[in-house]
Each structure stands twice: as C-alpha cells, then as structure tokens.
Design a protein around this ligand. Structure first.
Ligand code: PGA
Length: 247
C-alpha cells in the first residue's frame, strides 16, 4: 500500500510537559509505514525537530504568516519556520479562518508565503453543516479551491485536507463513503489545475483510533488529519497499532 499521510494537529491543547510526553508517544511511530507530520504549537517546534532528528517524522505548524521577515510584531514568518527545519504548514484551518476572519484571499497569501519559503502547504477546506445538509458541499469546496490556490503555487508543494466543519471536534466524522466521494470531486478540480502532478487529498474531522482504518484503507483518501485524538498518548499509540510498520 502506498504511504498515507498522518498529520497530527495538536491545536492549543498542550502545556510544555504534556507536549514532551506526546513527543515520546509519537516517536514510537518512527517506523510506521506512513508520512507522519506533527504540528505542535510554535514554542514546541524546536523540541519536536530535535526529537525527530534522524527519523522520517516531519514537523509542521498550524498556521503561518503571509508576511515576510520584517517589522511585523507578533507574526511568525514562513522563512523563520523553514530555517528552523519545519517542513509543513497547515493553512486555512477552519478554526483559524473563524478566529481571524480570514477570507480565501488571505489563505492564498499564506500559501504563497509558505511555498516561497520552501514549506509544503496543507490547505484545509470544508463546508459548514448548512451547506452539507443542502447539498452545497461540492460548490463550496470548488470555490475555496479556486480562491485559495494561486496559479503560481506548484502542485508539488500542496496537500489538500478535506475537513468538513461539522465534523471537527464533534465526534461525528463523515462516513468514509462520503469523504471518498467528496475527495473524488476535489481531485477532479486539482487534476484540472495540475495535469502533471498528483496533489494528495486527505480527510480530517473526528478521526480516532477506532475509525482511522476505515478511512485510510479507502484508495482515494491519501491520509488523515487528526486533531483531538492526537493529544491523547493512548490514542496515539492505538493509531500506531492501526498503521502498518515499514516492511
Ligand atoms: P478533530 O480535529 O480530529 O478534533 O475533529 C481535526 C482538525 O481540527 O483538524
């Protein structure tokens, strides 16, 4: 089976001590047959990069500034992150979009900044419950993709995460069939944008140890983005149990 992505989004759910415990739990995943990317809060990045040196586990961030290095108090530039050894950036997560009132155009600027610095952007898109219930999912996602992905963005530096807002942190994951159908639609659009590149598309929203296998065994779902369960060391170890070891 081709390697699937396992992106762990710790959100702001850790303190320094619990984060260090979690780094140990994640390190036991080092020989798993998956592309693992741990996305802790900024102050843990340096520890995480040290912890996973010499392993295949990569470190990512949960957001990135659209602004370059400069006089921008409070911002964290993509160049700084890349120079530390960060490889991935989650961009446009619905929690960040809502809190900072981000528009798709703002998300686009962040993706461009990430790409310029050499980071791989994990672009989060997803519909709210109302759009889902009124069958507007595909239209909403198409608009998000078209407005968030600038034609200058190289497909090789992009991963798309389908994260229905109604499934995030609610315990109500989409079914693997729904996720797979929506991902097929997303892939039609990214294939049109990038005829010569396969852009991976993953699913996120209430993934736990007891349902992750149902998603990653589906051929067109290229992996999972795990939030809440990724800060529970027991869940992390169980998820590891589900993912095959490297042969
Ligand atoms: P959840 O979060 O796994 O807690 O639903 C997913 C996410 O926010 O990316």
């Amino acid at each position: 089976m081709k390697q699937k992505y396992l992106i762990l989004n710790w959100k702001s759910k850790v303190t320094y001590d619990t984060a260090l415990n979690l780094l140990d739990a994640v390190k036991t995943m080092a020989d798993a047959n998956a592309k693992i990317v741990v996305c802790p809060p900024y102050p843990i990045l340096k520890d995480a990069i040290e912890w996973f040196k010499g392993t295949d586990i990569e470190v990512g961030v949960q957001d990135v500034s659209a602004l370059p290095v400069g006089a921008h108090t409070g911002e964290v530039s993509a160049e700084l992150l890349a120079s530390m050894g960060v490889k991935y950036a989650i961009i446009g997560h619905s929690e960040v979009r809502a809190r900072h009132k981000l528009k798709n155009a703002d998300v686009k600027e962040k993706i461009l900044a990430a790409q310029k610095a050499g980071l791989i952007a994990i672009l989060c898109i997803g519909e709210d419950e109302k759009a889902y219930k009124t069958n507007k999912t595909n239209a909403v996602l198409k608009k998000q993709l078209e407005e968030c992905i600038d034609e200058r963005v190289a497909g090789e530096t992009l991963v798309v995460a389908y994260e229905p807002i109604w499934a995030i942190g609610t315990g109500h994951a989409a079914t693997p069939i729904v996720a797979s159908d929506v991902i097929a639609h997303i892939k039609c659009i990214t294939d049109d944008m990038y005829p010569f590149v396969v852009v991976p598309v993953i699913y996120g929203g209430s993934i736990k140890a007891n349902n992750i296998a149902d998603f990653i065994r589906v051929a067109n779902i290229d992996g999972a983005l795990v939030g809440g369960a990724s800060v529970d060391p027991d869940e992390v170890l169980k998820i590891l149990g589900v993912i095959e070891k490297k042969s």
